[in-house]
Design a protein around this ligand. Structure first.
Ligand code: GLA
Length: 407
């Protein structure tokens, strides 16, 4: 008798301990329980048990208790991906679920290669985001690699994926001084205007009705607040900017047209220069609908200035969007730097949510597995909201909390 009681008492303890371990693991690796979310705890538990029971070859899609999210169609891997987290599962309440209530697109820059080759990438993207923007596929060197020859194959992969997953596409970018095709440098200056006109008309025409907004001009203003010295300025003259917007408008009058730049969240000559340029375009009746603030950060931007800057465009009747956010950290990240990073993401999203004209929040990628940062900033990385194994980071949780506030 004594022994049996002992065994029963011990096994109760054992079951209790097992339950606690499962609960703690569920809280740390899946969705956080959310205020007013009665189903989340049991769903999380069920999901975790399910994902632990399955080999990590395909992600588990968990039910969502609010807006139904279309099930991501898995793209068959071209080659076996290296394993992501063994606890990989999709969140129950993805970021995109909260976007409509804020009238906000929540997006990420995307590349076709991982989209086709890494099923984890494809699954998380469509599940979490309702907007994508091509990281490189629409840049001059890829989409217009030879004179008179346009290659839409890479960008088409992204646009098709977006359509299959109920996502909106933000086009990036029509006019930039970087990532140009080599042949452009050899074009005689007096033919440059025709080249740019053809470039804009062909691309915007190809995606008419499929791409909802374009970064027409990327980084056209220098640090001194004046027009940047580019091949376009030198050959076409200062009105290349208004011409570019006008050609884009003619090719798709329904598309929203943006000017996009970096460091304009700061009070400096460049942010003033961008404001003056945009205001002067409006005065001339040029079709422009908004300003993209890239937001590649290492530290928190001044929130008050950012809010004021957004407001100054609202006064002009324009939208603003956060178009390329990432927050790079010295490698390796620590729990402290990851929390600091989360605070920066939270701050920028909060300013955007508080600005009625801020209509998109887009990060430059979403997983540290494929970020541009380590290559361009040696010693830095971990800039995005999912880690390299698709485990959500404190930054993701901060975004989710901000989006879910007031529900
Ligand atoms: C700029 C460009 C983007 C991208 C990033 C870094 O911000 O607008 O297209 O190239 O730099 O990758």
């Amino acid at each position: 008798m004594y022994n049996n009681h002992h065994v029963i008492r011990n096994s109760r303890w054992f079951i209790f301990l097992l339950w606690m371990i499962i609960w703690l693991s569920a809280c740390s690796t899946a969705d956080l329980p959310h205020e007013g979310d009665l189903t989340s705890f049991t769903s999380i538990l069920a999901a975790q048990l399910q994902s632990l029971a399955q080999p990590p070859t395909t992600p588990t899609l968990l039910p969502t208790s609010l807006t139904p999210i279309p099930t991501p169609t898995m793209v068959p891997p071209a080659s076996s991906p290296s394993p992501a987290s063994p606890h990989f599962s999709l969140t129950i309440h993805p970021l995109r679920q909260y976007a409509p209530a804020h009238n906000l697109y929540i997006g990420a820059a995307v590349s076709p290669k991982p989209l086709l080759e890494d099923p984890y990438y494809a699954a998380v993207l469509g599940h979490e985001y309702n907007l994508l923007t091509p990281e490189n596929a629409m840049k001059f060197e890829f989409i217009h690699p030879e004179p008179g020859f346009f290659d839409f194959t890479q960008a088409d992969v992204l646009v098709e994926y977006a359509e299959q997953h109920g996502m909106t596409v933000r086009g990036h970018t029509l006019v930039w001084h970087l990532q140009l095709a080599d042949w452009v440098e050899a074009v005689p200056c007096d033919q440059m205007e025709a080249v740019l006109k053809d470039h804009i008309e062909t691309i915007v025409g190809h995606y008419r009705g499929q791409v909802y907004a374009w970064d027409v001009i990327n980084e056209g203003i220098g640090d001194d607040g004046k027009l940047r010295d580019t091949i376009w300025l030198r050959c076409i003259g200062p009105d290349y900017i208004e011409k570019a917007f006008t050609w884009a408008y003619a090719a798709d009058p329904a598309a929203k047209l943006f000017y996009n730049d970096y460091d304009i969240e700061l009070e400096n000559q460049k942010s003033s220069g961008v404001y003056e340029l945009v205001a002067s375009l409006l005065q001339k009746g040029i079709p422009i609908h908004g300003v993209g603030i890239q937001m590649h950060l290492v530290e928190a931007p001044p929130a008050a200035y950012l809010a004021k800057y957004m407001g100054s465009f609202a006064d002009l009747g324009l939208e603003v969007q956060i178009t390329e956010m990432d927050v790079r950290l010295p490698e390796p990240p620590t729990s402290e730097t990851l929390i600091q990073q989360a605070d920066i993401y939270r701050l920028v999203l909060r300013v955007c949510l508080e600005a009625p004209n801020c209509t998109a929040f887009v990060t430059w990628g979403f997983t540290d597995r494929y970020s541009w940062v380590p290559e361009f900033f040696p010693g830095f990385g971990s800039a995005l909201v999912f880690d390299a194994d698709y485990v959500l980071k404190p930054a993701y949780i901060a975004l989710r909390e901000e989006l879910g506030k007031g529900e």
